[in-house]
Design a protein around this ligand. Structure first.
Ligand code: FA5
Ligand code: MG
Length: 454
């Protein structure tokens, strides 16, 4: 078995040389934690008042269950879902009357699906294969969590992992807020601090995570991550001849390269230096897939402050966050991230528990249909908001939303042209159906995004 690890330098040089405002890095929240920008969401000026939830590792709803009468707004009307033993109704998550709430029904409908807990689903098969690797190849025993509630406090999602108060990832544009103090977790790192505080030193957390994001074959607003954390004590690195940080970084890369080898055998991959608020140094791993470099994970040596707050002043730790869909795309040769949500038998029947060697056989390839849409943007326009509107109308029939033209006229008005690709994974779409979708998208863009169609 062979693994080729390529130099990090080309990507690093590219990232350094690309002006921030033109950088593709900023386009996509998959780089959510890369950079630190100010934001000022007008409707969420109350962000600075955080409320923490007292019940460790529990859903905010469970900590409220004993106090339902005084929290009328959180009372489930009808219990629709049960996650980690907590009942959650639509009205607990989608609150049209709360200006701080931006969770649409399309997102609520995915809550509780828990693809990672289905042993016959590619995401579940991959999770089990990663468990296997940690059980058999790493001497330390990792404790596994896969049913922690995805509704977490702002404190858990951001503060506890040192995300600065004005970091872009906290914005209404990037994160789904249930209310001003509660979010759908946007990464499994939301559970790190709590588990460390509880005394865990080696653990894996798998779960569904939620982000307002762009639309293409490797981005979806709901996806799955696996977090890994390992804490070392001074005895572990004493004989290594390395300082604690270098030792942890070395062990981290070795563990993840071993994982890639375990999953893929031969694959082209490279390490890229990056930035996260919660690790230093920080890295991303990219794998060559479908003729492009695809980022599959972020990781690094845990900031000492996080360990200090959990009462571990003498240790050093590493942490990683794997993008399970991206890894499963490589493992099973799945070309489009929407397929993970398909209930079409022609997709689901191709996978079975414990089978890693399977390559997905596309059961059909219907042609895409492209529709362009040009408009003058307003100051508040964002691409994520447009994507949310398009997904709200076309659901999984939208394959990609791409900015293809962008100019500012002499009066200072900026025009964008977006190309929307519609394609079903399961059937042919009629012209009439697509025209109707496009018409509704245009109407909604105008009424909800304050843009002027051209
Ligand atoms: C994080 O989420 C960090 N919490 C990871 C981490 C953990 C770093 C611990 C250090 C220590 P990032 O935003 O890069 O980082 O996301 C991690 C991975 O999730 C990405 O590499 C990618 O594989 C996947 N990912 C991100 N956005 C999407 C998306 N919209 N759709 C599918 N996968 C995504
Ligand atoms: Mg990233």
């Amino acid at each position: 078995m062979l693994i080729r690890v390529l130099s990090t330098h080309p990507a690093l040089a590219f990232r350094m040389a690309t002006p921030l405002s033109h950088s593709p890095l900023l386009k996509s929240p998959s780089y959510l934690f890369l950079r630190h920008h100010s934001f000022a969401p007008p409707s969420l000026s109350c962000f600075s008042s955080f409320r923490s939830f007292s019940s460790p590792l529990s859903c905010p709803f469970s900590s409220l269950s004993s106090d339902r009468s005084s929290k009328k707004w959180m009372q489930p009307i009808a219990a629709l879902l049960e996650i980690g033993g907590v009942k959650i109704a639509r009205d607990d998550v989608v609150k049209e009357s709360d200006p701080a709430n931006n969770v649409p029904d399309t997102i609520f409908s995915k809550l509780g699906t828990e693809l990672h807990r289905r042993d016959n689903h590619p995401i579940g098969i991959l999770k089990n294969a990663i468990y296997d690797y940690f059980d058999t190849n790493i001497s330390a025993k990792f404790v596994k969590f896969d049913d922690l509630c995805p509704i977490v406090s702002v404190k858990e999602n951001f503060d506890d992992v040192l995300v600065p108060a004005d970091h872009i990832s906290r914005s209404y544009n990037d994160t789904y807020y249930v209310d001003a103090q509660t979010v759908l977790r946007c990464h499994t790192s939301a559970h790190q601090a709590e588990l460390l505080r509880k005394g865990h030193t080696q653990f894996l957390v798998t779960g569904d995570v939620y982000r307002r994001d762009s639309i293409d074959s490797t981005h979806y607003p709901v996806f799955h991550q696996m977090e890994g954390v390992r804490v070392f004590s001074p005895d572990d690195w004493a004989g290594s001849g390395m300082d604690a940080t270098s030792f942890a970084a070395m062990d981290l890369k070795k563990s993840l390269e071993g994982l890639a080898k375990h999953l893929f055998g031969t694959v082209d991959m490279r390490w890229v230096d990056t930035y996260f608020p919660f690790t230093n140094p920080s890295f991303e791993l990219e794998i060559y897939f479908q003729e492009k470099w695809m980022e599959v994970l972020g990781c690094g040596v845990t900031e000492q402050e996080i360990l200090r707050r959990s009462g571990r002043t003498d240790g050093v730790a590493w942490a990683f966050g794997l993008g399970l869909e991206r890894l499963a795309m490589v493992l099973f040769d799945i070309p489009d991230i929407r397929l993970f949500w398909s209930t079409d038998q022609r997709f689901t029947s191709q996978f079975s528990e414990g089978k890693l060697g399977i390559k997905f056989k596309p059961f059909s390839k219907y042609p895409p249909c492209y529709k362009d849409m040009s408009f003058w943007i307003s100051d508040s326009f964002t691409e994520n908001n447009l994507c949310e509107v398009v997904r709200g109308i076309a659901g999984d029939l939208v394959e990609e939303v791409q900015l293809i033209d962008n100019f500012t006229n002499k009066k200072g008005m900026t025009s964008h042209c977006y190309r929307i690709a519609y394609r079903s994974m399961e059937r042919s779409l009629t012209d009439e159906e697509i025209n109707q979708l496009q018409w509704r998208v245009r109407e909604a863009a105008q009424s909800k995004l304050n843009v002027v169609l051209r």
